[in-house]
Design a protein around this ligand. Structure first.
Ligand SMILES: [Fe+2]
Ligand SMILES: [Fe+2]
Length: 160
């Protein structure tokens, strides 16, 4: 990002990079938990659950990638260690189901984390609205997908 581009960002860039880095950490934790559960889930109809989890895990990895790109554009550096990722995230590691076929627990884990993610991106969007167009666009784009994730898993609860 050049001088002028940085000048037009109307928020404290250091503070914004910190917010984006925390969200970046959340994405890695969610990616890992969803990826793991997609491979470990079993029981009746597990293929569908596995497919849903795999789909959202890929989205979270994409979010991490998009956030890393924006952090670098702003002149920052994405968190570079897994132990720091866990410590710096907004929310603790979502964890995975204790029983591999406990769909209720999976749904609870996912919907709780997705609700947290929606809040995080809503905050970033509010902070950057009218001040940093690119980050605002990124935050609302990611938030839209987190809303989709929450809805997908809430619908699973109703479908049971
Ligand atoms: Fe995400
Ligand atoms: Fe998500």
């Amino acid at each position: 990002m050049g001088k002028k581009a940085r000048e037009i960002v109307g928020v404290d860039i250091k503070d914004l990079i910190n917010d984006l880095n925390k969200a970046y950490c959340d994405e890695w934790l969610a990616y890992y938990a969803w990826w793991y559960m997609a491979r470990m889930v079993d029981g009746k109809g597990y293929e569908d659950m596995s497919e849903f989890l795999d789909k959202i895990s890929k989205d979270e990895l994409e979010h991490a990638t998009e956030l890393a790109e924006r952090i670098v554009e702003l002149g920052g550096l994405p968190v570079n260690s897994l132990s720091i990722i866990e410590k710096s995230a907004n929310a603790p590691y979502p964890g995975v189901m204790k029983n591999l076929h406990d769909y209720d627990e999976i749904i609870k884990i996912v919907t709780t984390a997705e609700a947290g993610a929606i809040e995080v991106y809503n905050k970033i969007a509010n902070k950057t609205f009218g001040k940093d167009h690119d980050t605002y666009q990124l935050a609302t784009h990611i938030m839209g997908e987190e809303i989709g994730h929450e809805e997908m898993f809430e619908n699973l609860k109703e479908a049971k």
